[in-house]
Design a protein around this ligand. Structure first.
Ligand code: UT7
Length: 329
């Protein structure tokens, strides 16, 4: 019997309608379109508006569309892994909320918290359940309502992040396509540079933590940039090397969309031209767990069976990693 790989067999995405442009940000904080564009590559990002809407609501759109595309029902899903930094609530898991909202009554599920690397951590985790034969249909969802933890008075963070969600279906493949390899890393010593100060067990919410704006993203941009630019490029190069892939062999790089300069450095280290790199940061900004599945969704029609695709991410924690996929359809 051939080895079973976990293959992506469908992908879908959802971004909210509201577009927050650089021009609108110019009227909110002391910034310019020129600064944001040249330092990050971002022109606009999407914001989820509406009372009572959370990350799971974007996932409902993405997943319902995905099920329709694949021609299956929610009852057929066995496991949901929801990768997010902005869960609907601290508990229960947003995977459970999503299962309830879409009617995935036969699925169990849990959330993965690995900041911007969450989706590739989730994908790799889900693959184990397929490869072992335990499950045959797994949803891996990556999404964030970053606007819920962004301080729109802080020009260093509010210009970067946006809201969005993507989802993939994983199924067994015996033709040699699917997730071939992954290199995943984390280093908790980097947590000081990118985190949310309050709202956890160390510093539960109080009037003071709210007044001090400690429930928002705290990022020391330059320090994170330095780690990200080196580690994302290194890990992408590492996965190419250990799978004997030359730059000619790689069909696509799907990088986490945090900063265009980090993406360019990773592509350059891999020896790839811009035509092989999926970039939509200019339209969506950094949607954290959403960036990679949203790229796959937008580029899906250009992907071909057997394409060698490298995913690469870097995020708070620190977390980083790379996944090598042979596209299955
Ligand atoms: O996805 C998770 C991982 N996160 C990342 O990978 C993000 C990594 N970091 C970055 O992408 C960049 O560090 C930022 C985009 C956050 C910032 O870019 P930078 O080139 O590192 O800028 P900087 O922080 O070094 O700031 C340079 C200058 C400063 O002014 P002075 O001190 O030189 O006078 C900032 O105050 O730019 C100023 N500045 C701004 N100016 C206009 C910071 N934010 C803004 C702004 N508009 N929005």
């Amino acid at each position: 019997m051939n080895k079973i790989h976990a293959a992506i067999t469908a992908v879908n995405g959802y971004v909210p309608d509201y577009i927050l442009t650089n021009q609108e940000l110019e009227s909110i904080v002391d910034t310019t379109d020129e600064w944001i564009t040249s330092r990050t590559g971002i022109k606009e990002r999407r914001i989820l508006k509406g009372e009572g809407l959370g990350t799971s609501d974007m996932a409902v759109h993405a997943v319902n569309g995905l099920l329709k595309k694949r021609g299956i029902t929610a009852e057929e899903i066995e496991l949901i892994i929801f990768c997010t930094t902005t869960p609907d609530m601290p508990f229960p898991a947003t995977a459970n909320v999503l299962a309830d909202k879409i009617g995935a009554i036969n699925a169990w599920g849990y959330d993965i918290s690995a900041a911007c690397s969450g989706f590739i951590f989730g994908l790799s985790t889900a693959a184990q359940f397929i490869e072992s034969g335990k499950h045959k249909k797994i949803l891996v969802v990556g999404g964030d309502k970053m606007s819920s933890i962004i301080n729109y008075e802080d020009r260093t963070t509010c210009i970067i992040f946006g809201d969005g969600c993507g989802a993939v279906l994983l199924e067994p493949n015996e033709e040699g396509n699917g997730i071939i390899d992954s290199v995943l890393k984390s280093d908790g010593a980097g947590r000081q540079y990118l985190h949310q100060k309050a709202g956890g067990s160390v510093k539960p919410a109080t009037h003071e933590t709210v007044d001090n704006k400690e429930h928002f993203v705290h990022q020391e941009g330059q320090a994170v940039f330095k780690f990200a630019v080196t580690n994302m490029a290194n890990v992408a190069a590492e996965i190419m090397e250990r799978n004997d892939l030359s730059s000619d062999d790689v069909t696509w790089l799907v990088p986490h969309q945090a900063n265009k300069r980090i993406i360019d450095a990773t592509a350059s280290r891999m020896g790839l031209g811009a035509e092989k790199v999926m970039i939509n940061i200019q339209r969506y900004g950094n949607t954290t767990n959403g960036t990679i599945p949203l790229c796959l969704w937008e580029w899906e029609s250009q992907l071909k069976k057997g394409d060698n695709i490298i995913l690469a991410a870097f995020g708070g924690g620190f977390t980083w990693g790379s996944v090598y996929i042979k596209w299955a359809y």
